[in-house]
Write a protein of this length. Sequence first.
Length: 137
Amino acid sequence: MPEFTRRRALTAAAVLTAAAGAQTFVAPGALATGHSHEGSLEPFDEVYKGRRIQGRPHAMDGMTGRSGTAGGGGHRHGHGAGYAVFVDGVELHVMRNADGSWISVVSHYAPVATPRAAARAAVDELQGAALLPFPAH
């Protein structure tokens, strides 16, 4: 039987850490709990903590008039994977990460599972302050 060395102990620890990390990596998809539509990219329109948050595919921008791409001129960078999010009618710049999570310009270092969750996180972070339009490049 091979002798148990520090090198073998560290290798075993690394393997266990990698296995635990792989399980944690799969878990973010499980963050979409609660309502059955939370994990989808379906449009949403709700009042959250007194703020109106909306989300919809970019192709639907013309449906709501004023809340659409006001000031944006229709120019899109593609970061939001064809999805627009608004807080009180002002577009919240969102981006989809490679792992499928979402971030916004307001809560950039806190990835969430859905655009709706990104809008809610932005409202939480704003703490009542107005969202200012993100300048287009």
